[in-house]
Design a protein around this ligand. Structure first.
Ligand SMILES: Nc1nc2c(c(=O)[nH]1)N[C@H]1C(S)=C(S)[C@@H](COP(=O)(O)O)O[C@H]1N2
Ligand SMILES: [Mo]
Length: 516
């Protein structure tokens, strides 16, 4: 009896190896599934692979690329899979009596995964969950399978039953791992643009925008910050029900139509050109008087005119017709996009980062001085040179104006409407914009009183908004404050109210207040 017991209490090598492999597969699949939610690059397998790529010395990298070409990553991942397979088999084989050796090997792999995830600058803190869950699942599954093969309390040797139970459980683990892995992959793929964006790295401008001076905003008096740096504060307008997910390796930009030669640019074609940086205030034509569909970014990219000139714009081309990956279109006047003083861009970054997925990653157009609907195509993939008769853009078909220059406007940010304030001097502040023309003057009026000139912030560029403030003396009672801006052509905003349709709202913004 005791002889038989010792014999059967040793794990058969093939089953032990299988237990190790199943545990490893389950661990990787679980990690992949969690990674789908915290960033696909946190998947332990990919994280270790990425770390391996980062740690590979340059000569080895060059050799790998020379030898395997674009298959170098596939070779790396296959090699890693083989190493893991061997280690997993080893884990099973070394655990013929107790699961400890296998648990340690799985645990060591987990530590490598955690270290790999922590070493990546592009992953958030939550990313650590993926390798963590991975180790946990690996150790638990391995221990579980081991226990089925070698029950602690053993009434009698029931080899046939044990084997069957192990195989059924093992099959269950394999199916579960398959489902988890595939689910992770498909959920992850739908967020793949995020993963792709994380691989872009730092975009460095050859021509940087001048630094933003400290007095570019009066945030301390209630205006917005000069740069709308928080992505959730940057207004967002598009027709997309789901944000288009475009990976840089899948992206290209084709220039065609009335050109001498068609050109298609890849992401690296664009990225490897000398990049320029420009501060631009974007505005939506649907912005009501006093509305908040206006934000300022520091965009990095290339001059659109350079790309168009490479293709050679034919005489007679009137409209740059841009199309996004989801089929949205905009038409921009050719003379504007070719004007070297305009600064129209193909932007790939905003505020020192690659564009966010919501704001057009991998690339969008930015044309200073034009409303977004005629110029700011996000996820842009196609530029056609054509006439106005040749194509009709998305909003033009729906009754909006053809040209869409941004109108000179201003807004009171503080006090907010219907505020209760004290009597006496009241600090009023806000913004004014006349992109590409420049703001000259901002005036504030209490009720029907005289216009009083406000203090203006430093002019960072004519393409961006300016902030203003003024102390206004308010007696007891209810009042209305008005603001109006004058741009650098000498035009002063009038009281005449225009609706946002067809080409942008006009009129003075005003707020009511109650002074006690
Ligand atoms: N692909 C695509 N690009 C688009 C739009 C759109 O609906 N689809 N809307 C435009 C409009 S109307 C505006 S105002 C700007 C807004 O850019 P933002 O969301 O980055 O602020 O994007 C423009 N680009
Ligand atoms: Mo817009």
């Amino acid at each position: 009896m005791s002889e038989l017991k010792t014999k059967t209490r040793l794990l058969p090598i093939p089953l032990g190896a299988l237990a190790g492999v199943l545990a490893a597969v389950a661990a990787l699949a679980a990690g992949h599934l969690v990674a789908a939610f915290v960033g696909l690059n946190a998947s332990p397998y990919l994280a270790v692979g990425n770390a391996a790529i980062d740690l590979t010395p340059l000569p080895v990298k060059t050799w790998a690329v020379d030898t395997f070409g674009t298959a170098d990553k596939a070779v790396l991942l296959t090699g890693m899979a083989l190493v893991m397979l061997l280690a997993a088999c080893l884990a099973g084989v070394l655990s013929r009596r107790k699961p400890l050796a296998g648990q340690i090997i799985v645990g060591l792999f987990g530590v490598a995964g955690i270290a790999a995830v922590m070493s990546r600058p592009d992953l958030g803190q939550l990313a650590i969950l993926a390798p963590f869950v991975s180790v946990l699942v690996g150790v638990v599954v391995f221990t579980w399978l081991h226990r089925i093969l070698l029950p602690q309390t053993y009434a009698e040797p029931v080899e046939g039953t044990t084997r069957r139970k192990f195989l059924i459980t093992g099959a269950g683990v394999a199916v579960g791992a398959g489902v988890a892995g595939l689910a992770g992959q498909s959920i992850g793929a739908s967020k793949d643009a995020e993963g792709s964006r994380a691989t872009v790295g730092r975009l460095v401008a050859a021509r940087t925008a001048p630094p933003i001076p400290a007095d570019a905003d009066f945030a301390k008096f209630g205006t917005p910050r000069f740069l709308t740096v928080a992505p959730e504060k940057f207004y967002k307008i598009d027709t997309a029900l789901v944000v288009p997910q475009v990976r840089i390796e899948d992206w290209s930009l084709k220039i065609h139509g009335m050109v001498d030669r068609e050109i298609t640019f890849s992401y690296s074609d664009i990225r490897n050109r000398p990049l320029v940086e420009r501060v631009v205030t974007l505005t939506c034509v649907s912005n009501e008087v006093g509305g908040d569909l206006i934000s300022t970014g520091k965009f990095i990219g290339v001059d659109l005119a350079d790309l168009l000139n490479e293709a050679g714009v034919k005489p007679g081309a009137e409209q740059l017709f841009s199309t996004s990956v989801d089929g949205w279109t905009a038409g921009t006047p050719v003379p504007i996009v070719l004007d070297p003083n305009r600064g129209a861009m193909l932007a790939i970054g905003m505020n020192d980062e690659p564009l966010t997925v919501e704001h057009g990653f991998p690339a969008r157009l930015v044309v200073p001085g034009l409303y977004g609907y005629v110029s700011a195509t996000k996820w842009v993939t196609d530029l056609e040179l054509t006439t106005w008769a040749g194509r009709q853009a998305y909003w033009l078909k729906r009754g909006w104006g053809q040209f869409g220059p941004i109108k000179t406007e201003s807004r009171i940010d503080s006090p907010s409407g219907f505020a209760q304030v004290g009597t006496g001097p009241l600090r009023v502040s806000g913004i004014a914009w006349a992109q590409h023309t420049g703001i000259e003057r901002v005036e504030v009026r209490l009720n029907q009183g005289p216009w009083q000139q406000a203090m203006l912030s430093a002019e960072v560029t004519k393409d961006a908004w300016r902030m203003w403030w003024l102390d206004v003396d308010v007696p007891k009672g209810t009042h209305q404050l008005f603001v109006r801006a004058t741009d650098q052509t000498g035009y002063t905003q009038t009281e005449a109210r225009a609706d946002v349709v067809p080409d942008g709202a006009t009129g003075w913004h005003s707020v009511s207040l109650d002074a006690r």
